[in-house]
Design a protein around this ligand. Structure first.
Ligand code: RNT
Ligand code: ZN
Length: 418
């Protein structure tokens, strides 16, 4: 038997098994096919970008490791992203940071950046049938310090306001060009190592800055605001905490970004989805993996991720949730890191889509809690892997561990020569 026929046979059996539970496998696969992940460009080059070649990463985030083969140029980032995409089923988006502009070796300060610096990205994305998302960049700059948009110094604050306004303008142009809204995320590291004398002061300044930044209405971009628990060197206070952005988002109708690494380790991100869906327009996710802290480990198919995926599916909210990834591991092959994280996210959504939610909810409504728990346990060992293999086969991407050899080949031929 060929590998292909084994996969097909296992798939047929799985379809029957799921049908016996009232689950339509074909429907689940169609829905998964339409899920477009927003791949973060910054895993390719350890969040370096093309502006301060050789400059260090600041803003309370850290990449560890020095595995060879980091992308060093725009061409290398693009090649690596395309290689990774070729090993991931479906059509996905690319999430750019402002520091990844095509600056052609010129010094373009953050308050001077324009859509023109992203024209080649827009063209490239179009040629490769990819849509773009965007992020302003407040870190790794001489004016980053501990405070940007929340800085009491007007010169510094206005510099970052100008930067962020320009990033919204760039996002708007991207959205127009690709005929699909560009999702722009705003994350700043502002905070302090020790508890400040006034926590309120900086939050008031940040609120004013955001009001100024969002004063212009755009049609082709959507704004997201990302909270955080703490940064390295900024452990005691984060101006843009979750409460701050949740309040701002609910009041001003902005999308709140949930980075799964930005909460206390025992806090459930899945549990936040239904509340956000009630009070804010949409949700942006930064799927990440914290290990002891916001370490941005490569995403794997963890219980937390499966819980999050299930929650989104149970809320029937795929059209209101943007699924971005956000991690940076420099200790392993970076293209491999992309592929592991994206495929793990898809696997989590596949299992969520295969859940017999109606039965579970019926048990619950009838107070049949033993039955509800038993079925949830049984679902874990249903043949979802056969469906996943078929999904990969149909999408013409390697099935199972076959992508390992592909990445090794690319490493031998391309990244190891850098
Ligand atoms: C940092 C935030 C932020 C960054 C990227 C590079 O803790 O998660 O989203 O990771 O903007
Ligand atoms: Zn993030």
């Amino acid at each position: 038997m060929t590998k292909e026929s084994i996969i097909k046979q296992a798939y047929e059996v799985a379809v029957e098994r799921y049908a016996s539970m009232g689950v339509d496998v074909k429907d689940a696969m169609d829905k998964l096919q339409k899920i477009s992940l927003s791949m973060h460009c910054w895993q390719a080059d350890d969040v370096s970008g093309f502006e301060n070649q050789g400059g260090s990463l600041t803003g309370g985030i850290q990449v560890t490791g020095n595995y060879p083969g980091r992308a060093r140029t725009i061409e290398e980032v693009r090649a690596d992203v395309l290689k990774a995409s070729s090993l991931i089923a479906g059509k996905h988006r690319l999430n750019l940071h402002e520091i990844y502009g095509d600056f052609q070796g010129k010094k373009v300060d953050r308050d001077e950046v324009e859509p023109a610096h992203f024209e080649s990205w827009m063209q490239w994305a179009k040629e490769n049938d990819m849509k773009l998302d965007f992020n302003s960049t407040s870190f790794s700059h001489p004016k980053s310090g501990d405070l940007t948009l929340a800085n009491p110094d007007d010169d510094i604050r206005n510099f970052w306001i100008e930067h962020t306004k320009r990033c919204r303008w760039i996002s708007e142009e991207m959205g127009k060009y690709q005929n699909d809204p560009c999702i722009m995320n705003l994350w700043i590291h502002d905070g302090s190592k020790e508890v400040p004398a006034s926590r309120l002061k900086y939050r008031q300044i940040l609120e004013q800055s955001l009001d100024e930044i969002f004063a212009t209405d755009y049609k082709n971009m959507k704004d997201c605001i990302e909270a955080k628990l703490f940064g390295i060197g900024l452990e005691s206070y984060t101006v843009g905490s979750y409460d701050f952005y949740l309040g701002y988002g609910a009041k001003k109708n902005k999308i709140v970004t949930l980075d799964t690494g930005h909460f206390h380790l025992t806090e459930s991100i899945a549990d936040k989805v239904s509340s956000l869906l009630l009070f804010t327009p949409e949700i942006m996710l930064h799927v990440s993996r914290p290990v002891r802290w916001d370490s941005d480990h490569v995403v794997i198919m963890s219980d937390d991720l499966m819980d999050l995926a299930r929650e989104i599916i149970r809320c029937k909210a795929l059209d209101r949730v943007h699924i971005g990834l956000d991690y940076f591991d420099a200790t392993i092959n970076r293209i491999g890191a992309y592929v592991i994280g994206c495929r793990a996210t898809q696997k989590a959504f596949m299992q969520a889509l295969l859940e017999p939610s109606a039965t579970l909810q019926q048990y619950e409504a009838e107070g049949k809690y033993f039955e509800r728990l038993a079925l949830q346990e049984e679902l874990k060992s249903l043949p979802w892997t056969a469906v996943w293999d078929m999904f990969c086969l149909q999408n013409d991407v390697p099935v199972g561990e076959d992508y390992i050899a592909e990445i090794e080949k690319y490493e031998a031929e391309v990244t190891s020569k850098r």
